[in-house]
Write a protein that binds this ligand. Structure first.
Ligand SMILES: *Cc1c(COP(=O)(O)O)cnc(C)c1O
Length: 376
């Protein structure tokens, strides 16, 4: 007897009953102030306090935040970026007329490998842009040292890492600037949106003007910016997300721990992303690495889960240096670790309100998969 189940998504935003948003939605609707008003300002102040950073500017997306931050630093030449990341890490580089140079990642953390970065530095390099992959903090110490030695800007794509930390310092306080995404698949969401966090006042002012066309005092256009404001209604969702964040992070961690424990119990050779000691991740994604010695491939597991209505995601595959849009910049570079990880990791369903029943269904499906392979 097979019971019909609703499909399990790989991710869902954890929202509250409508009532929880009502008062915050009322403010912009009743005042007619739909942009850059009380909700956005309150969100910026509360996020700055939460992250422990001096300046926070709310923007329309992580992508626009990165575009403005790179523009604000007036960079030239080359920017070293990972290939194992979402396209929106490299896209702002290209839009600024800069050349992305793809570096390899660490095989344990999947984050930018400082040694690979060092090998790619040339006279034309002006910045390093690194992603805290799936919420695991980059080697911020090594990267800061390289940036300082070579006088490079250090920019973090922190799209996955709202709530991550290294020691007592939250992600959002590292490098010259960190940019978060608040899209619905991220841990902290505003519907759509981005957060630029920095201790650099000049850059914060630049991004603040830049999100509003580049307009300065008395309508003076200082530079060609973007139209990239966070709407008041989005900020309302953000204010609730922020309040619920500690609770949601706890639940995500509990779900991740259960899945790791139960899946590993059934197949000891599964590997999971390493979380360096002293750091904290958000589990934006729970990614499992399928070593070919186990006797099945990532793609087979993905397809089997799909037949059971369990959605998984091949994140990030193909990696950027193998994508048509970015191949031209990759100069045929080989990134062995990136290529290996990208073809072998699979993001499993994970969100704060994933039920214990659904967790059991995922584990049971994995059992069935292993069983099928033994009997065929
Ligand atoms: C989602 C994501 C982005 C883009 O975020 P937007 O807010 O949609 O622009 C950038 N980088 C990474 C690593 C992401 O996962």
């Amino acid at each position: 007897m097979s019971k019909k189940h609703a499909p399990i998504s790989v991710t869902r935003p954890t929202l509250e009953p409508y009532k929880a948003y009502e008062a915050l939605f009322r403010r912009p609707v009743e005042s007619g102030m739909l942009t850059i008003s009380t909700n956005v300002r309150e969100l910026e102040a509360k996020v700055a306090r939460y992250l422990g950073v001096k300046y926070v500017v709310a923007v329309s997306s992580c992508t626009s935040g990165l575009m403005l931050a790179l523009q604000g630093f007036k960079l030239k030449g080359e920017v070293i970026v990972p290939s194992f990341t979402f396209c929106a890490s490299a896209l702002p580089v290209v839009w600024n007329g800069l050349t992305p140079v793809f570096a390899d990642v660490d095989p344990r953390t999947y984050c930018l490998d400082p040694e690979s970065v060092k090998r790619l530095i040339t006279k034309r390099t002006s910045a390093i842009l690194a992603t805290h992959v799936f919420g695991v903090p980059c080697d911020t110490t090594a990267l800061a040292k390289i940036a300082k030695t070579h006088k490079l800007k250090l920019i973090y794509d922190a799209a996955h890492a709202f709530g991550s930390a290294r020691g007592k310092a939250r992600i959002g306080t590292f490098g010259d600037v960190e940019v978060f995404s608040c899209s619905p698949t991220k841990v902290f969401t505003t519907g759509e949106g981005g957060i630029v966090a920095t201790n650099n006042k000049k850059l914060a002012d630049y991004v603040r003007q830049g999100r509003n066309y580049g307009e300065g005092q008395r309508g003076r256009l200082e530079f060609a910016g973007l139209s990239a404001r966070m709407p008041e209604l989005s900020a309302a969702i953000g204010l609730r997300s922020l309040e619920r964040l500690p609770q949601n992070l706890k639940k995500r961690h509990a779900v991740a721990r259960t899945l790791i424990r139960e899946l590993t119990r059934r197949e000891k050779r599964l590997r999971f992303q390493e979380i360096p000691s002293g750091t904290r991740t958000t589990y934006k994604d729970l990614s499992v690495y399928i070593d070919p010695v186990i006797g099945f491939s990532r793609d087979e597991l993905h397809d089997f889960f799909a037949t059971k209505g369990i959605m998984t995601r091949k994140y990030f595959f193909p990696s950027l240096h193998q994508q048509p849009a970015y191949k031209a910049f990759s100069r045929g570079v080989r990134l062995p670790i990136t290529e290996d990880i990208s073809s072998r990791v699979l993001s499993l369903p994970l969100y704060a309100h994933l039920s214990t029943g659904d967790v059991r269904r995922i584990v049971k499906a994995f059992e069935d998969f292993l069983h099928d392979r033994q009997t065929h």
